[in-house]
Design a protein around this ligand. Sequence first.
Ligand code: PEP
Ligand code: MG
Length: 575
Amino acid sequence: MSFTIHGIGVSGGVAIGHAHLMTHAGLEVPRYDVPPSQAAEESARFDAAIKQVRAEFEELRASIPATAPAEIGAFINLHQMILNDSTLSVAPRRIIETENCNAEWALKLQTDALVARFDEIVDGYLRERKADVVQVAERVMKALSGNPGYVPPPLKPDSEHNLILVAHDLSPADVVQFKQHRFASFVTDLGGTTSHTAVVARSLAIPSIVALHRGQQMIRENELLIVDGTIGVVIVDPDEQVLAEYQLRQQQFDLGRQKLRGLKDRRAVTLDGVPVELQANIELPADVAKAKDNGATGIGLFRSEFLFLNRSDLPDEDEQFEAYRRVAEDMEDMPVTIRTYDLGADKENDSARVTTNPALGLRAIRLCLTEPRRFVTQLRALLRASHYGKVNILIPMLATAVEIDQTLELIQRARSSLDDEGTPYDRDIQVGGMIEVPAAALALGMFIRKLDFLSIGTNDLIQYTLAIDRTDDTVAHLYDPLHPAVLNLLASIIKTANRAKVPVALCGEMAGDVALTRLLLAFGLRQYSMHIAHLLDVKQVILKSNFSKLKPLAQKMLRASDPEKLHAMLEQLNA
Ligand code: PEP
Ligand code: MG
């Protein structure tokens, strides 16, 4: 019987194939008594399992292909860190002794305790790290039971591309394994848009869906599936007509992607001659190759905080300098806008620091200004890298004039220290601010007077304007880029900046949404920075747009308030 399951599409496109259910050992384990006289032996059995998993991770690391997305290495790091943390690798030994129980039960108790601690965390990103802890614990559990990790089914190599992996949850380690195989798609019961699974899915560019909730229960092994990653729907056991329709859609999608590749070297100019810069958002230096391959004319947002995540120490000045220099050099004089670290809120390094309202707390520049020494270390590294390419410094979350002044003072301090040493840097380096707090948007004048350029962070600007936690699934439906307040703020920021001749870019997810490309163009936006996978799609829209014809309708949209009318007008704009 045919039916559909809905989830969150995290990577677009259509996949058609047979289900392969991936099973995990799970943490439902029996308890049995271990007398004190045998506790040492039981602890040794536990230690051996930890050692085995350590070796598995080393093996996985060695097997990562050079072409694999950079995030995969970072995820293995994170899982190794979790494994090596004493709360997982040592604490269960004590439980074996105090509870007189077997190693599996001790591991289960400890994992439950850790998971409960994660559940108390308000911050969505950190809460999702709970899944990483469970995944690592599951690996140890498998090692204890003598059951090796996930092993792909024996298949003829050419049949793999017809397989759709159906999992309760996937760990980055699992993803490495199926990266070497050629699964058509994967769908999972758990995960949110910021989960590791979603991040890797986007970088692998295969249609994928998360948060199906009961996919593993409802789908049977080998059942025929259609995965529509664009709208987040799985069609189970489709009838012939639906299948034929999706086969056609899949062919069209693949053809479209092939055609898009031909646009890589075309300049992004509208039909009436308005040039547009299409730049890439990256998280790690290794992403540059893909950005260039998709025709990016610069890096509009390098989220430097990813260099600080998934590790227990801090990258020192030299390590940061090497990372920034590599991006600057690899981009060969194209602009590289590096954002100073935006830690806190959904990107937390210090898991001990739990606040009730992290998105409104000590985050981004607020955090930097409380730890000037750490911040100046980054600023020195950025300045040093500016000698090797066209580096711009971007400051996140600025809201007040005092913050801007203090930041500029610290940049001056970093410059003076380099001057004293005679270390070269670009003396014309540009310093910009992200406009992602409504206060900044409404008091734009002070940003324009004090800074060289602006970059609109719509992910946060929408979060703060509409009071919607961007990491909270339960209010995700209220997150609306077309809300009149958002549209009017955006149009006004762009207009004010253009009038003052201060360059303004937009680097939130809106920049990569083709449905909004023309609207932003009509508002006067000339610089977009987006996820690499969207660059060519947006370029295609720009090439087919006529700026002068768009403007009147876009102005009309600014006066509309009815959501249905707004959507209708947007459709008209995109027709
Ligand atoms: C944004 O807020 O729009 C942005 C680009 O920054 P981030 O998503 O990293 O917060
Ligand atoms: Mg932001």
